[in-house]
Design a protein around this ligand. Structure first.
Ligand SMILES: [Fe+2]
Length: 180
């Protein structure tokens, strides 16, 4: 189940608030300028589908978001369980960083934990199948895909160069709970 957990930066061991209702999650995140939505596919999603098939299954929501956010390109990434590079891939986003463009992800399958550092709070958003999150550009955040990641996600970009993770040189990510 999708979940939002909010912490004070100074108190990583005790959550202030935890919500599992998608409408409440969306509204608490919207207050922070973060978009959270749940999408329905227009067809059954199967393991045999190509990237184009997957994009077509969510075409109307993708077009709406592209228009609203000015996104230019769309792709699909997949990670299967048992990936020998899983630990290396996990570490790539497990430190606080920013991007010069929005990080927009829709989970077709699987899950991931987005951790957003918003002023004196940390918002941890567990995104699962059917969830879209858009982390605004320059928002300090980290992402945990877990120790044995499995997900398929649609990504939207303004420009793919903007997607490079720029470290904030903070150790904050080590203080908060991870996916597992
Ligand atoms: Fe990121």
């Amino acid at each position: 189940m999708s979940q939002l957990t909010i912490y004070q930066v100074q108190n990583p061991s005790q959550a202030l608030q935890q919500e599992q209702d998608a409408n409440i999650i969306a509204s608490l995140l919207a207050e922070q300028g973060v978009r959270f939505e749940q999408w329905q596919a227009n067809t059954d999603i199967t393991a045999e589908m190509s990237q184009d098939d997957i994009i077509n299954a969510y075409q109307s929501d993708i077009e709406r978001i592209k228009t609203q956010g000015g996104y230019q390109t769309v792709d699909v990434i997949s990670l299967a369980k048992g990936n020998p590079s899983a630990s290396e891939l996990r570490q790539k986003f497990l430190f606080e960083h920013t991007h010069s463009e929005d990080e927009v992800r829709f989970f077709v399958k699987g899950q991931g934990l987005f951790c957003l550092h918003l002023n004196d709070k940390v918002y941890q958003v567990l995104c699962q199948q059917g969830d879209l999150i858009s982390v605004p550009e320059n928002t300090p955040h980290w992402f945990d895909m877990g120790s044995d990641p499995e997900f398929t996600a649609i990504r939207l970009f303004n420009n793919q160069e903007g997607w490079v993770a720029k470290s904030t040189d903070s150790e904050i990510a080590k203080q908060f709970p991870l996916l597992d």
